[in-house]
Design a protein around this ligand. Structure first.
Ligand code: MCN
Ligand code: MO
Length: 730
């Protein structure tokens, strides 16, 4: 059995030997380069773009301005500002030139006239609607209330009433590789090579825009240098590049610089939660009322990032009354979309801050308070109607508690030496398997090897290895004989991609079902070849054999026979193409859950050192503990960044002040620390392979644990991430 083993990543050999192919490594004979002129003002009426000087430059093929395409959920002036500039960094013009240097130089020869408009930057100001972020739109573009029980009445009746404003700043996903694409043009065909999490989304979005001009748009996912949620849906640059290829009838290439990327890759989080919490004297939380303000920037496709935390606001706790009023507001900032965790870290920050704050107010132990409130058994329907499927939350919490108590003991010793030490624990619930289903095909090749094509589009997670483990087990063959491939809309026609920690569960189970189907077909073919009844045959260790006659055939022999043309007449009762496809979806979300425990030291200057860190998850069956652990490590470090370093900052005029890594800080090896990951396999999903996801869990669990530890170390209450050095120093 490979499932459950720490199998090494099959993806790595290519990448560590320098033979990976990222989008900027791809050159199509004769491709032109695109460079984007971006707005340096945040809100203005765009009067005129002057580019005749740029056209005079040697090597410039053309300039595109004012391109507008109607795309669902995207504002007017998409993908380029035409009459109104909505945010700093918005594309205004695109230069198409012979090489990327000429394309970039030509930007200096383009100017635009504009009439500045007041910018809307503070989301709380935006609600007042006095100044408009987009001329013809109400600033509060999305308003929705979720409620369960009777939140107000429960609040009035509560012994303890607390009001807090909790804030999660805007962040940038900061993948190592910025976004980019190469568009190959061949008269009526277009092939896009992209750094994306979903070639299939890209294809369907682009076909909606350009479908009348081409037969199909094939999208191929290049190797991707990280995405973290930010490369799921196509961006303005993608539309501009395809439009340019079709207009100039040439292949084109567009690669973001880091600065381009920081301005244009949709930012994330950016939420304010004004909460009212009612609890009884003994620590039972009765109600949460939350006014949730989400800073959507200059677009409104990110509203789902408020729906997710709204429906998860009670977390893994049995809180019967809750109400969340969402205010989705427009501002003159880069539009908002998902970053690893997508809504669940926001929810966890809120309900876990609530747990710690209520514990402090009641002078109770925070773990005792959590134990009092934690959901006792599953399945459980939460106040907003979500059905938490499976797991033993109490058991996981008590396991986490033992680590917490042990760290507290050590912390106490260190405190006696005068050190500022804090320990924090978070307990969280996840939700995954968004995007209804996923597909996979399994093929037996004539060399006897098995190719698995998945509709998910991994980009660093190692999911290809996890799925190879599943298929190798099902077909009882060596994992070396299984090759998992993905990322090409021509290889599998309908699929979604990798996001929401869904790939192992959905694509993995689709691959499992496809492998089963293929095996059934192989048995039928073998029966024809071995002149046996299929009932007489058995499948074992990658061979079909007849116990009566003692004869057997290997997969390779079956494949060669089925695909050779020496058989003469058509006589198979089974499908000789040796390919089976299946799709898999679950009719409910799955809900992994877990706990993080952190011990930190804060120096007088406000420097933070993480002394110890433990994370515990229950994700049902763990296919590859090494891969899952790797995901947790990366997520914890990103959670550390979000807690202490990362913040997108605009000034009051909408100038982006964090447009390089000198101002926008991300954690590096210097900040890294030891982390231990443990898992339980109690909460299985309903899938044939009862796994749940782990790709995002740690970004959910880390910030609340770290913030609590910091709070205990310095003796102050923190209600906003990131916590700044000056708040931590003495
Ligand atoms: N796994 C496992 N057992 C399980 C579940 C998962 O062994 N029960 C393993 C899988 O084999 C896979 C990994 O854990 O190697 C993650 O699988 P899964 O939880 O299904 O998540 P996805 O593959 O769908 O990955 C998406 C998730 C998301 S949503 C973001 S954002 C994110 C993340 O993955 N972006 C990443 N991790 C990232 N890691 C890298 N290196 N780069 C990114 O951009
Ligand atoms: Mo994601």
């Amino acid at each position: 059995m490979y499932v459950g083993q720490r199998v090494k990543r099959k993806e790595d050999l290519k990448l560590i030997t320098g033979t990976g192919r990222y989008v900027d490594d791809i050159e199509i004979q004769g491709n032109l380069y695109i460079s984007i002129l971006r707005s340096n003002v945040s809100h203005a009426k765009l009067k005129r773009v002057e580019y005749s000087d740029a056209l005079k430059l040697n090597g410039v093929y053309g300039v595109i301005t004012g391109l507008n395409i109607q795309v669902d959920n995207r504002p007017r002036n998409f993908p380029m500002a035409k009459d109104e500039i909505l945010y700093m960094g918005q594309p205004i013009a695109a230069v198409i030139a012979k090489d990327r240097y000429i394309a970039t130089d030509a930007l200096d020869y383009i100017s635009f006239d504009y009439e500045e408009l007041p910018a809307v930057i503070d989301p709380e100001e935006a609600i007042k609607n006095e100044v408009k972020a987009i001329e013809d739109k109400d600033n509060v573009i999305y308003k929705k209330t979720y409620s369960g029980g009777n939140a107000e009445e429960a609040y009035e009746k509560s012994d303890l009433k607390i009001e807090e404003k909790l804030e999660i700043s805007r962040v940038y996903a900061a993948p190592m590789e910025p976004r980019g694409l190469v568009v190959d043009y061949q008269q009526d065909r277009v092939t896009v090579y992209a750094s994306t999490q979903s070639p299939h989304y890209m294809r369907s979005f682009l076909l909606a825009a350009f479908g009348d001009k081409v037969k199909d748009i094939r999208v191929i996912q290049a190797d991707v240098g990280g995405a973290f949620g930010s490369k799921l849906f196509p961006y303005p640059e993608d539309y501009i590049a395809v439009y340019a290829a079709l207009t100039f009838k040439r292949p084109v290439k567009l690669i973001n610089t880091r600065r381009d990327d920081m301005f244009s890759t949709y930012h994330s989080r950016g939420q304010i939660h004004k909460v009212k919490v009612g609890a009884s004297k003994d620590g039972k939380i009765n109600t949460i009322i939350d006014d949730l303000i989400i800073d959507l920037g200059a677009g409104w496709h990110g509203t789902y990032l408020a729906d997710i935390p709204a429906t998860l606001i009670t977390g893994p706790y049995d809180i019967k009354n809750a109400k969340v009023n969402i205010y989705g507001v427009l501002t003159n900032k880069t539009p908002l979309d998902q970053y690893r965790g997508a809504g669940r870290p926001e929810a966890a920050f809120v309900y876990e801050r609530i747990m710690d704050i209520v514990a402090d107010e009641l002078k109770m132990d925070p773990i005792e308070l959590r134990k009092k409130n934690v959901i006792q058994s599953t399945p459980y329907k939460n106040a907003m109607g979500l059905l938490y499927d499976s797991g033993d939350y109490k058991a996981l919490l008590s396991k986490a508690e033992s680590y917490y108590r042990e760290m507290e003991k050590r912390a106490e010793e260190l405190r006696k030496q005068g050190k500022r030490i804090g320990v924090g624990l978070s307990f969280y619930i996840e939700q995954n398997n968004f995007g209804p289903w996923e597909s996979a095909s399994v093929r037996l090749l004539s060399n006897g090897k098995v190719e698995v094509i998945i509709g998910a589009a991994p980009h660093g997670q190692g999911t290809g290895t996890g799925i190879a483990q599943i298929v190798a087990d099902e077909l009882e063959i060596s994992i070396d004989d299984v090759d998992v491939v993905w990322g090409d809309t021509d290889k599998i026609s309908n699929a979604f991609g990798t996001y929401g920690s869904r790939s192992l569960t959905l694509a993995g189970n689709a691959a499992l079902l496809a492998a089963r189907r293929l095996k059934e077909n192989i048995m039928k073919l073998a029966a024809a070849f071995m002149k046996s009844d299929v009932e007489e045959l058995q499948y074992k260790d990658g061979k079909v054999f007849n116990p009566k006659s003692g004869k057997s055939m290997t997969l390779k022999e079956i494949a060669q026979k089925a695909t050779s043309n020496l058989g003469g007449v058509w006589r198979y009762k089974a499908e000789p193409t040796l390919e089976a496809t299946a799709s898999f979806g679950l009719d409910n979300y799955t809900f992994p859950y877990g706990s993080h425990i952190a011990m930190v030291e804060v120096t007088e200057e406000g420097l933070v050192k993480v002394l110890d860190y433990v994370a515990i998850d229950d994700i049902g069956t763990v296919v590859n503990p090494m891969l899952a652990e790797g995901q947790v490590h990366g997520g914890i470090i990103q959670g550390f960044g979000e807690s202490l370093l990362e913040e997108i900052v605009y000034d009051k005029n909408g100038n982006l002040l964090t447009s390089t890594f000198a101002e926008y800080l991300i954690p590096s090896a210097v900040e890294a620390f030891n982390m231990k990951w443990l898992y339980m396999e109690i909460g299985k999903s309903n899938a044939p392979l009862p796994a749940k996801g782990i790709g995002e869990g740690a970004t959910i669990g880390a910030p609340p644990a770290l913030i609590r530890a910091l709070e205990r170390a310095v003796g102050k209450r923190f209600t906003k991430v990131p916590v700044k050095m000056e708040e931590l120093s003495i």
